[in-house]
Design a binder for this molecule. Structure first.
Ligand SMILES: O=C(O)CCC(=O)C(=O)O
Ligand SMILES: [Fe+2]
Length: 357
């Protein structure tokens, strides 16, 4: 009995150190740890497959118009107050540059296994290359491999985790981060104006430097697509997240009014969603949507999520202008660290709920 338990433990351990990419190629059965569990799927929500998706519900916003068009600003406000997500077009990043970002995202997962292992994250650390971080023994694992990097502030970059191949990886990611930082500022200012607030009221909470983390997500094709999830339902701990979706393969879904809504690919658009920190700062006017990722049996999918948020360790709170007799303050001032986010995630609850008054 004791022996068989330790054999199981050994097997689990070797599974945990395997990337999904390897499992997808080597296994003729789905390892138990990847089988999704009903109780992690937002309770009563029907397990809607792609066929039952309603896609038109994610608004497309021309963000170049946000300083000149009140109707576009209104459209933005209504998008983030309802589903918490929109597709940003005319964002100012050239298509040829976006193509470079798509390309490096794909290339890093195509590196030989030995090369990728140079960037492996430590067991209990976020940063680096690897599969789902294991936070508890009975956790279902996501069908995805990731490369997670701090990109801003630059002095916090841990370059030992940055691939040296392709050789322009670092240059492209640095340039992309600075372009995303401009979009972050533009969107946060527009969101403030949409509520008739001083346009810097959210950015003022950022402290002296913004934080930005990049997460490259790679979802290998899966022979058992209905049995796994690319990413389990979660909300992001950022202020906003800017996602560069795969150019061809869909998979992202947002929970809206208890229904899973597919987020379609809009050519050359960036998919932007609100994260928990902006839901707090806006006293819940803006929604940080729960979302998940489905995988499929034929095509791999690669995405890049940029998590934009205030300076690490900086406390944040509800913007004063949003607290009135009718709309009392809903959240305490908090320091929304990554550890705090994952401590709650591990217990199966949303970090934002632990911030409520
Ligand atoms: O890959 C996607 O479509 C979304 C990924 C995501 O939700 C995340 O990285 O937090
Ligand atoms: Fe996410």
């Amino acid at each position: 009995m004791v022996e068989s338990q330790s054999a199981t433990a050994r097997k689990n351990q070797s599974l945990e150190s395997k990337q999904v990419q390897e499992i997808a190629l080597d296994y003729d059965h789905l390892p138990e740890r990847y089988i999704r569990k009903q109780d992690e799927e937002y309770g009563s929500v029907a397990n809607a497959g792609p066929s039952s998706l309603v896609s038109e519900e994610i608004p497309v916003i021309d963000i170049s118009l946000l300083t000149s068009s009140l109707s576009e600003l209104d459209k933005l406000k209504s998008a983030v107050s309802s589903c918490g997500c929109f597709q940003a077009i005319n964002h100012g990043i050239e298509v040829s540059f976006l193509d470079k970002v798509h390309e490096i995202s794909k290339q890093i997962f195509r590196l030989p296994v030995e090369e990728k292992k140079k960037y492996l994250r430590a067991e209990n650390d976020l940063e680096g290359y690897g599969n789902d971080m294991v936070l508890s023994d009975n956790q279902t694992l996501d069908w995805t491999d990731r490369l997670y990097l701090t990109v801003l502030p630059k002095h916090q970059q841990k370059l030992q985790f940055w691939p040296q191949n392709p050789t322009h990886f670092r240059e492209v990611l640095d340039e992309y981060s600075s372009k995303i930082e401009s979009i972050n500022k533009l969107v946060l200012k527009a969101l403030a104006r949409s509520l008739n607030l001083e346009e810097n009221c959210f950015l003022n909470q950022y402290g002296t430097t913004s934080t930005m983390n990049a997460r490259f997500n790679y979802y290998p094709p899966c022979q058992w697509p209905e049995k796994v999830l690319g990413v389990k339902p979660h909300a992001d701990g950022s202020a906003i997240t800017v996602l560069l979706q795969d150019k061809e393969v869909e998979g992202l879904q947002i929970l809206k009014d208890d229904k899973w809504v597919g987020v379609p690919i809009v050519r050359d658009a960036l998919t932007i969603n609100i994260g928990d920190q902006l839901e707090i700062m806006s006293n819940e006017v803006f929604k940080s949507p729960v979302h998940r990722v489905l995988v499929n049996s034929k095509n791999e999918r690669t995405t890049l999520a940029m998590f934009c948020m205030p300076q690490t360790e900086k406390d944040i709170g509800v913007v004063d202008g949003l607290v009135t007799d009718e709309t009392p303050r809903l959240y305490k001032n908090v320091t929304f660290t990554t550890d705090f986010f994952f401590e709650n995630y591990q217990k199966g609850r949303r970090a934002i709920d632990a911030c409520k008054i």
